[in-house]
Design a protein around this ligand. Structure first.
Ligand code: GLC
Length: 816
């Protein structure tokens, strides 16, 4: 030890004498090699490869080696040839694409990303650029004036991450505090905002990484990987939506979810035996609280052994699942990666004989403890293991299981110190836990997705995961793990889901009601209201806590919850079309206001940062459970209070009353929102009329309506119904474009429901005058009088104009 200290001091002194720093940054370019997709640059301190992926995406790799990594678990796109021009100057090289400019200065090697007009989007900190301290590599970027940072996946904290630092290391964090870090998922992608410009950066290095957005310094933002290459993608686009599109072009989009999987889901740790599950399902139906899914947490298994059933609790699983199906319920089982070390247990014996588990460097299987006791862990980075795992779901699928909940896949072990020397195949590139850890959960979800997709005869598998890495959206939805029943957590959850949405994960949710402990009735009720506007909507509660079903908190809460879940089911056509958008351009379902109102400083204010758009046109203003008056911010534009129909102009702060039964919801002027009659599950057909709500506004709007069978893949062969509907404020018309796809809509009629139109409005379809009806509607009902000395609360009624039309395929318009 003494000797080491003496040597280190000596080394430091000799470096100092030579005027050298321990921090070695990329130095002067010594040679340049042009390649088809970019350029390779060598310096005395590291080499760099620059590749153009698309006009908006440029990859920069910096390595101390002469070769560069070519594999990635996240990226599915390839670099493109011939889509840029290289301009060579004495002191710099300049890459021009159709969307951006990358300036590469040679002495020392540094990068500046600009838009086409020459405005700086992102630039290296000129002195540090990309540097190494030992093995650890960091890229330092100049902190721009008033720069804001959003995204970075499942990260707590404010919407604007300025002043914060974060670590990426997938962590099993039970009952994490609402500002805890790191949590379960690693998505090293963020968006920077300054001078009315935006850019994105994705660091694709799976080792532990660190992001600094001006924490403890006022000079730079930076990203660090503890080992491996600096490997990042610069994304240039003029809007946040455009950046998300480019990022998801790179890392993939989600597949169309089955309709049932976007309905309400009921979970608890754990429902058993079978009788309890059936009675739970019956209660939902009796009480007319719509729901689609019931979960089986770990107690369904025999001693927590994956791919088994506890036959005492569930003697006839298939019969029970058939009965659930008969009541319109789908089901999801939990699967954990730990395979119990137990002789004659099939999964264990197969894993052992086929050599599928994670290993110590001496070749023996790693053993760690989780729910079943001592376990081996499948190596999901080995293609052989992925195939085996995927095929092992056959029994579940034959029993009639519909969805698969991948938990504990950070991977979690008791002791929380997974040894770094444990090795994985890493798709042929054998590596240590330091590199494979952050992709383990994603590769488990991938194996589950790919395996069950093959087994489920053309149905869409539903996969949920806790741990994740960039690109997870291709396989699975994410939930934000073991949260707590606290107001702070409810709000943190909203921001986590919004941040995941900014980071390519459109399908995400939190445990509604708070997992670790018991919620007050006010908190549960509020959380269910907000959850009704969460992409993935599931209530979950930990073992040993009191009952936590929609009816467990008294009659009033039950009615409020029924109202909001029912409203989500009314919104199904809108929600499904929003998910369709996610499959096309990566746009999230829960959209942080930073997507549409990026440069409005008010939306980053702590009071308003939780507000978001649910789909294109409904703004949700989440409020805490214990305040009956709250402040809401309406950004630019026209807004209607969804409950009262009162119209507001934007750019103003409001005080709003938020009694327990009312969540503040606002609709954009010119909005087009398709709704349906309430159904009790996605398996029930709604009435044959679509209710198309249209809100008068002074701007134009274009809306894509999408419908398909809600299950299966026939839509890939054209079996869908898609229609563009445009609201034209100047021409005063609603234009229904011709239907695309060859599936008839489930709605044979369209009932137009016009909000905010003048009392005298008359309409024509083509040249035919149509007669409008005046009606009173109630979107979210009130609450009955339960207490003999209490009062009932009326729902908010509004007067609208309506018009029924046939849902014809051809183009037509309605004008006023
Ligand atoms: C983990 C999960 C939780 C689950 C529990 C038992 O804590 O995060 O959702 O209920 O394990 O399986």
């Amino acid at each position: 030890m003494k000797k080491f200290t003496f040597l280190s001091v000596f080394a430091l002194l000799s470096l100092a004498m030579q005027g050298q720093s321990l921090n070695k940054s990329l130095s002067t370019v010594t040679s340049i090699t042009e390649i088809a997709e970019g350029v390779i640059l060598n310096t005395a301190h590291g080499n760099v490869k620059v590749q153009v992926y698309s006009p908006t995406v440029i990859r920069i790799q910096a390595s101390k080696e002469n070769s560069f990594n070519t594999s990635s678990y996240a990226v599915i796109a390839n670099p493109s040839k011939g889509i840029f021009k290289l301009q060579k100057e004495e002191s710099k090289l300049i890459i021009h694409t159709d969307s951006c400019i990358l300036e590469i200065s040679k002495n020392p090697l540094r990068f500046i990303l600009k838009d086409k007009a020459g405005n700086v989007l992102n630039e290296d900190e000129k002195d540090f650029g990309t540097s190494w301290i030992g093995e650890e590599v960091t890229t330092y970027k100049k902190m721009q004036e008033n720069e804001k940072f959003i995204g970075l996946g499942e990260k707590t904290g404010n919407l604007n991450r300025r002043g914060e630092g974060y670590t990426n290391w997938n962590t099993d964090f039970f009952a994490y505090p609402s500002n805890g870090d790191p949590l379960y998922a690693t998505i090293p992608f963020f968006i920077g905002i300054h001078h009315d410009k935006v850019y994105g950066i994705f660091l694709d290095n799976t080792h532990k990484s660190h992001f600094n957005f001006g924490a403890s310094n006022n000079r730079f933002s930076s990203f660090t990987a503890e080992l491996g290459e600096m490997n990042y993608y610069l994304i240039a686009n003029s809007t946040v939506a455009g950046i998300i599109k480019s990022y998801t072009d790179l890392t993939g989009k989600m597949e169309m979810p089955s309709l049932w999987s976007i309905g309400f889901q009921q979970c608890r740790y754990s429902y058993y035996p079978d009788k309890e599950v059936i009675s739970l399902a019956k209660t939902f139906r009796e009480k007319k609280i719509p729901a689609d899914v019931i979960y089986f947490d770990i107690h369904y298994m025999d001693n927590y052994k994956i791919f088994t059933w506890d036959t005492n609790r569930f003697p006839q699983p298939k019969k029970m699942l058939d009965e659930l199906e008969g009541m319109g319920f789908k089901n999801v089982v939990i699967v954990d990666p730990g395979i119990k070390v137990e002789k004659d247990y099939k999964a264990y014996e197969e894993g052992l004989s086929r050599d599928l588990f994670l290993k110590y460097p001496d070749g023996s299987n790693y053993t760690g403890q989780v729910w079943p006791g001592w376990c081996h862990f499948p190596d999901f980075t080995n293609p052989k293991t992925r195939d085996w795992w995927g095929a092992s779901f056959k029994g579940y699928v034959n029993d009639g299981i519909d969805g698969f909940w991948n938990d504990m896949n950070e991977p979690a072990t008791w002791g929380q110190r997974f040894p770094d020397l444990v090795e994985a195949n890493f798709d042929g590139q054998k590596t240590s836990h330091r590199e494979w850890h952050n992709v383990y959960g994603m590769q488990m979800a991938r194996s589950t997705f790919e395996g069950t997709k093959k087994l489920m005869s053309g149905k869409r598998p539903f996969i949920l995961t806790r741990a994740a890495y960039s690109g997870i959206q291709r396989y699975s939805a994410i939930w934000t793990g073991d949260n707590r029943p606290e107001d702070d957590h409810m709000m943190a959850g909203v921001r986590l889901v919004n941040s995941l949405g900014l980071s390519g994960v459109a399908n995400a949710g939190y445990d509604v009601g708070g997992f670790a402990g018991e919620a007050s009735k006010e908190l549960f009720s509020r959380w269910m209201q907000i959850g009704a506007f969460c992409p993935f909507f599931r209530s979950h509660k930990m073992i040993d806590a009191k009952d936590s079903e929609p009816w467990s908190y008294g009659e009033k809460v039950e009615e409020i919850v029924r109202n909001y879940i029912s409203f989500r089911y009314k919104l199904m056509p809108y929600l499904y079309s929003t998910f369709y958008e996610a499959t096309q351009n990566g746009m999230p379902v829960a959209r942080s206001l930073s997507i549409n109102y990026t440069h409005d400083p008010m939306i980053y204010d702590w009071k308003y940062q939780n507000q978001y758009l649910f789909g294109q046109s409904i703004m949700v203003a989440p409020v805490v459970s214990n305040k009956e008056i709250n402040k809401v911010y309406l950004p630019e534009g026209e807004w209607y209070d969804l409950n009262t129909e009162r119209k507001y102009t934007g750019k103003q702060e409001l005080y709003v009353e938020t009694p327990m039964e009312t969540l503040p919801l606002y609709v954009k002027g010119s909005a087009i929102i398709p709704m349906q009659s309430v159904v009790q599950s996605a398996q029930e057909m709604p009435h044959d009329t679509m209710y198309l709500h249209v809100y008068m506004g002074s701007g134009n709007n274009s809306y894509t309506y999408y419908e398909d069978a809600g299950e299966g893949y026939a839509f890939e062969e054209g079996k869908f119904y898609k229609r563009q509907i445009a609201f034209d404020a100047k021409k005063k018309q609603l234009l229904f474009e011709e239907v695309q796809g060859n599936l008839p809509s489930k709605f044979t009629n369209i009932k137009l429901i016009l909000h905010g139109f003048d009392a005298q409005t008359s309409v024509k379809s083509g040249n035919n005058k149509m007669s409008l009806k005046q009606e009173t509607i109630e979107l979210i009902p009130g609450v009955s009088q339960f207490d003999p000395i209490g009062k009932s609360i009326d729902g908010k009624k509004s007067t609208v104009k309506t018009l029924c039309i046939k849902n014809n395929q051809a183009k037509f318009n309605v004008s006023w």
